[in-house]
Write a protein that binds this ligand. Sequence first.
Ligand SMILES: Cc1cc2nc3c(=O)[nH]c(=O)nc-3n(C[C@H](O)[C@H](O)[C@H](O)COP(=O)(O)OP(=O)(O)OC[C@H]3O[C@@H](n4cnc5c(N)ncnc54)[C@H](O)[C@@H]3O)c2cc1C
Length: 373
Amino acid sequence: MTIVVNDPQAAEFGRAVSQFAQDIHITDQPVDRQAWKRAGALGLTGLEIPAAFGGSTGATYAWNAAAVDALATISHGLSSTFTISFDIATPYLVALGTPEVHQRWLPPLALGEVIAALALTEPGAGSDLAALTTRAEPNGDHYSITGSKTFITNGSIADVIVVAARTSPQAGARGISLFAVDANAAGLTRRRISTIGQSDCDTAELFFDQVEVPLSHLLGTLDEGFLHLMERLPQERITSSIANLAQADVAMNLTLAQVRERQAFGRPLGSLQHNAFRIAELDAQRSAVRAHVDACIERLMNKTMSTADGARAKLLSARLENDILDLGMQLHGGSSFLEGTEINQRWIDGRITRIWAGADEIMLHLIAKDLGL
Ligand SMILES: Cc1cc2nc3c(=O)[nH]c(=O)nc-3n(C[C@H](O)[C@H](O)[C@H](O)COP(=O)(O)OP(=O)(O)OC[C@H]3O[C@@H](n4cnc5c(N)ncnc54)[C@H](O)[C@@H]3O)c2cc1C
């Protein structure tokens, strides 16, 4: 990434995160609390937190980019678990939280003692987020939250959860608010979901039964949660794009190694023109997508990135990653189908990138809207 190459401190940080990721990664389960504390000591979990609350001084989004690239190179699941907490959920607490929310959660988040999650999706509302039905009703000195969430990254291990809930029943997207919820509050139960990939990342369902949340834990403005989400989802899309490109790079390297090594018809698979051209085409696409993501990172940092810019980055990077992984599977032949090979593990882990954080179709919708269609 240009931004990291041009920022020696961010590049140095990326190398430290890369070493950390190699040290702590476990393939089939989420990292333990000790690893989170090491992430805190490294400055990873404090990247979005102001120095006054123990966050990393002087870090820009280039540091996030370097860290996400390093984590995702090891695995999507490892990247997801950390980025949902430090890069995606924490900024809501920082930008929209009251002084009480700041005091309670930012210092331990920076130290890696507390893990955060973002709970938007419900069994009946994923792409159509405005249809969510989990409700938060004022009751004296607190809100009472009832409903359920699903597919929540870090859902069963988080200590604080940013929850989107309906506060005005008839108001559609305008009637949603965000709350900082103590994950151990009475009435909140959590259940880990079994997934086909990313077993190194926790994914869970959450059930809220009259969970009491202090009035001071409302994030931002009442009924304007949807707007708050729209303001912050672009960063999530760029972070996703960086992870997708990191995976695309690994997939390309695995594929190149295979076609250089594997012989068929008396020559390496990669010297057969059909294969060479397909790889070359994807390599060219990778350069173009990387250039767009690099431009988006710059725009994100100087606050000029549009929603459509982010949607293009997320759409193209997820498709590219999956296209390279799929070609990699094809060119690994029958061995690609053996249990536990690196190419098929990454192929399975990568498939969700075209669905989560806004499915391809939602990205296309945002781009079409930008074109006035
Ligand atoms: C491993 C994992 C981790 C996740 N982490 C989180 C998290 O931390 N927090 C969170 O809130 N959510 C999370 N999600 C949820 C994820 O964001 C949703 O799955 C996603 O937004 C899609 O919603 P859905 O599953 O309800 O699919 P649906 O909304 O039912 O859509 C199903 C499919 O329909 C198609 N579709 C949707 N809309 C349109 C349209 N307008 N036009 C044409 N076709 C369309 C798409 O192909 C889509 O994949 C996670 C999901 C997974 C699997």
